[in-house]
Every structure is written in C-alpha cells, then in structure tokens.
Design a protein around this ligand. Structure first.
Ligand code: CTP
Ligand code: CA
Length: 233
C-alpha cells in the first residue's frame, strides 16, 4: 500500500514501540542475546508514523533495517536500558507497544576485561539474575486511558496449547491487547511474514492471517484506535 493511501487515523496520538532483541553483556566482547530480527517492531513503528502518529521507537539489537520515516529512534542494548528508555517515553504516551524480545535474565556479573580461558581452571558457569518485567511496570504505572500492547512468542507444551498459554499471559500481564505468535520451526523469528492471534482483555480473539509484518502491524493499530475511541467517550 502506498503510504499516502493509508488513513491518518493515528494523528494526535503519541506512541512508543519497542523492537528487537536485548543483549546482556558477559564481558566487553560477549553477550547473551536472542533471535529477534526487529522487523515486526519496525513495521509497527513505520505503519504508525504513516498513519499520522508521533512515534518513538526504542530499538534493541536488530538486523540491518531502515529507520522508519518520521519516527524518533532511540537505540539501546540491555533490557535495563530498554526499560528506562521505554518508561521515559511512556510517561507522555497514549499507546505503548512492547514488541521487543526482552531478556528475562542477565549474567549476575559482567567482567570488565575479556574473560580468558586461563581465568578458570574448571570450566566457568554463568550465573543469571532476573531482569525487571518492563511490561508489568508499564501496566502498574499506566496513565489514565493509556493503551498497552504486549507480544508473546509461544510454543505449545504439555501444559497447554499456544492459545492457552497466551490467554493466561494476557491475564497475568494485565495489558489491553496481546499479540501472540507461534514460534519454532521457521515460524516468526527472522521471517518476512507473521501470523498469530490478537487477544483483547475484553475476551475478543482475532486470528491474524499469514501475511507481511506490515499487515499484522495494521491489525494492531486498528484494534488500538478502537480502544482509544472507546476510552474517549
Ligand atoms: N517483557 C518485558 N520485560 C521482560 C520480559 C518480557 O516487558 N523482562 C514483555 C515483552 O516485550 C512482551 C511480553 O512481555 O511484550 C511478553 O514476553 P514473554 O517473554 O512472552 O513473557 P514472559 O512474561 O517473559 O514469559 P515467559 O516465561 O513465557 O518468557
Ligand atoms: Ca520472556
């Protein structure tokens, strides 16, 4: 779609989108990371800007991607830095979308020199500590009327299906919308296309057909504008 063909229905909204995968340093040359490409978050930011929103994109590590036209981009690396940047932008925003893959844990210690094989006579063990849950913090600090969107990458397991895990996560997180991607075996990560469900706190569940990440982005922004319209009345 040509950008001038899109509705300007996000005009006047301040939105924050986080994207990419955080990196948690072990030493000056090593980190723990994840496979997020950042494409879905960038598509969300790009589509929001095309539809007239005032966009701040907080970008962790991504593939080489063009900066979305019209968005202010803040580059960060660790989960804690991403949290600080998102919180600051969220304090004046109408909508926050947490599309970033945030590391749940970070190394308990970061060496200030490169770890050498000779530093350890037995092979080293990495201890991890929990990172703060940024989305949970946003929900706790939510401004009146602010819409908060989470993402969940799920695989089914013996405790439940992808959708069952996602429904539980929506309740646990307390956000307004949760975008659910099934992951594993060539799904979602590093792909050009995406599919999943959009779960709403009001119980609505919408299947998102397989399509470009910009299509999923458009579906999310459609649902967000509905919520914003409701709250304005
Ligand atoms: N998230 C976050 N801060 C974290 C971890 C996750 O803000 N420390 C956000 C993600 O950006 C995403 C949502 O929470 O929008 C769900 O992430 P996910 O990893 O699926 O959820 P977790 O609560 O970390 O659960 P799990 O144990 O399944 O990883
Ligand atoms: Ca997680």
């Amino acid at each position: 779609a040509r950008s001038d063909a899109l509705p300007r229905d996000l005009e006047g909204l301040r939105v924050v989108v986080s994207a990419g995968g955080t990196r948690e340093p072990l030493d000056p040359v090593r980190h723990l990371g994840n496979r997020s490409s950042g494409k879905q978050g960038y598509a969300l930011a790009r589509v929001a800007a095309q539809r007239g929103a005032d966009v701040t994109l907080v970008a962790a590590h991504t593939e080489a991607l063009p900066e979305p036209a019209g968005a202010e981009v803040v580059h960060v690396s660790t989960a804690r830095r991403l949290g600080a940047a998102v919180e600051e932008a969220a304090s004046t925003a109408d909508v926050v979308v947490m599309a970033a893959a945030v590391a749940d844990f970070r190394p308990a210690d970061t060496a200030d020199h490169k770890i050498k094989k000779t530093d350890h006579s037995p092979d080293p063990t990495i201890s991890l500590v929990r990172n703060p849950d940024i989305l949970a913090g946003l929900v706790e600090a939510r401004r009146p009327g602010q819409v908060i969107v989470g993402f969940a990458a799920e695989t089914g397991d013996e405790h439940g299906s992808v959708l069952e895990h996602a429904r539980a996560k929506l309740k646990r997180k307390g956000c307004d919308l949760l975008v659910v991607n099934a992951v594993g075996e060539g799904k979602a990560f590093e792909m050009e296309e995406n599919t999943g469900w959009l779960l709403s706190a009001d119980g609505t569940e919408q299947r998102i057909p397989l399509g470009a990440k910009s299509l999923l982005a458009a579906t999310v922004w459609d649902a967000v504008t509905e919520l914003v319209r409701h709250r304005a009345h």
